[in-house]
Design a protein around this ligand. Structure first.
Ligand SMILES: Cc1cc2nc3c(=O)[nH]c(=O)nc-3n(C[C@H](O)[C@H](O)[C@H](O)COP(=O)(O)O)c2cc1C
Length: 170
């Protein structure tokens, strides 16, 4: 968990480091097929529409992506690692832990943003944290107070209709 002076030191570290990066893991499968591919595309387009960044404006899109690496200005954040020996069932456990954490944070009046984007900067993070080499960086999480006036924070991702993903057998 990074907070206060720890967060300031981490931010300075990140600005200074030039470490070469290799993604900690593949965030999206290569050749992702429909409907997942379409949903991924749609939520991205919906987000950039709210940000007012058109598809052609790659520098602006890249700049928004880069805001992940400042925890979107949040005062506090954490990194979540998983032991490399763990497989899909344990990754699912971790997802449940993170969701519970986010719900409790909301109950406490805080807002969060889970950030797999940190997997793309795992070496820079490791330089600062010195984690056990057996651990793999799954994600970061920004914790703070969302800006209610920022249009991007009004994004609600499309929900797939129930009948598309559930089968009811009476
Ligand atoms: C595990 C996980 C990782 C995520 N990684 C990122 C990320 O790196 N950057 C980002 O902007 N949003 C990321 N998101 C999405 C945001 O947290 C998103 O705002 C949130 O999931 C919206 O909730 P919704 O699914 O209810 O629309 C991630 C979400 C999850 C659950």
């Amino acid at each position: 968990m990074l907070n206060g002076d720890g967060m300031s030191r981490f931010r300075s570290h990140l600005q200074q480091t030039q470490v070469k990066e290799t993604p900690a893991y593949t965030i999206y499968p290569k050749g992702l097929t429909s409907p997942y591919r379409d949903s991924r595309f749609k939520v991205g387009e919906d987000m950039y529409a709210l940000l007012g960044i058109p598809r052609q404006d790659k520098p602006a899109r890249f700049a928004h992506l880069a805001r992940n690496y400042d925890f979107f200005d949040a005062p506090c954040g954490f990194f979540c690692y998983i032991d490399k020996q763990m497989g899909p069932p344990q990754w699912s456990d971790l997802g449940m832990f993170l969701q519970t954490f986010m719900l409790l944070a909301q109950e406490a009046g805080l807002d969060t943003c889970a950030q797999e984007a940190w997997a793309m900067r795992s070496n820079a993070v490791a330089q600062f944290l010195n984690p056990d080499p057996q651990l793999l960086l799954f994600c970061g999480m920004a914790i703070g107070y969302k800006n209610p006036d920022a249009p991007v924070n009004t994004l609600v991702s499309d929900r797939e209709p129930l009948d598309n993903w559930a089968t009811f057998i009476d």
